[in-house]
Design a protein around this ligand. Structure first.
Ligand SMILES: [Zn+2]
Ligand SMILES: [Zn+2]
Length: 239
């Protein structure tokens, strides 16, 4: 299986990433990707971009080096009611809004509370991806998550970075095995993303594809295995 897009990566604007949008686009072009989604961290991430970074996304061309550029944010969940750090921004005008749980922005609680925070964030009509729900330090009820993702038409991410041996997230492979089973049962579409923090990692998906293959998860439910399917699934939350 060949993926056509990577919809989660960080530029130098995120504060702890090391490449520019131009470097990412060039690298993606060389790797044959059709589309990449720039999703710098929301403003509440320590060292993260100022609000103006997101206000000015329009200056980035829609195509760079022949690669379509989607513009968005990896927003931080900031409380257990699912609030995101998009205050003062216009997230509904961004192509991609990932909702992610990051401990520096919200300390993890019980499985029940963590799950509630994520599901409440999905109720916002502009959220179209749930980022890396794969870390045993942030326990999540995968049955509830998959049911909500199905109800709201939100994509569930399989994050390649979480599956690398160098990842600080815990137990991602086993967590994805459980999560993919629930996604399959509920016919939830997933998206495989690199979560690159340097351009050389854009499009990296080997570890995620291996987990997906071992789970027997069908290609038809992988949003970024097909460009039209991807745009349609992301667009569900833009009407
Ligand atoms: Zn993240
Ligand atoms: Zn990220």
């Amino acid at each position: 299986m060949k993926l056509v897009a990577d919809c989660h990566f960080h530029t130098i604007s995120s504060g702890h990433a090391y490449s520019t949008i131009s470097e990412y686009a060039k690298e993606a072009s060389g790797k044959g990707l059709a589309l990449i989604g720039m999703t710098d961290h929301g403003p509440k991430m320590p060292g993260g971009p100022h609000r103006y970074h997101f206000d000015n996304l329009r200056v980035i061309p829609g195509v760079l080096y022949g690669v379509e550029i989607y513009k968005g944010i990896e927003a931080n969940i900031v409380d257990f009611d699912g609030s995101l750090d998009t205050e003062g921004l216009i997230p509904e005008e961004m192509d991609i809004v990932i909702s992610s749980f990051h401990s520096p922005c919200l300390a993890p609680s019980t499985m029940k509370e963590n799950t509630k925070a994520i599901i409440k964030s999905m109720e916002k009509r502009y959220v179209n991806i749930i980022g890396h729900p794969d870390d045993s330090r942030v326990p999540i009820d995968y049955t509830e998550l998959a049911k909500a993702a199905s109800e709201y038409g939100v994509l569930v991410e399989v994050n390649n970075s979480s599956l690398k041996p160098t990842s600080f997230r815990k137990n991602a492979a086993e967590n994805y095995r459980m999560l993919l089973e629930e996604c399959y049962k509920n016919k939830v579409y997933v998206i495989i993303n690199s979560d690159a923090h340097i351009h050389t990692d854009i499009g990296d998906s080997d570890a995620a594809l291996e987990v997906v293959r071992r789970s027997g998860f069908p290609e038809e439910l992988i949003a970024n295995a097909d460009l039209l399917r991807l745009k349609q699934r992301l667009g569900l939350r833009r009407r």
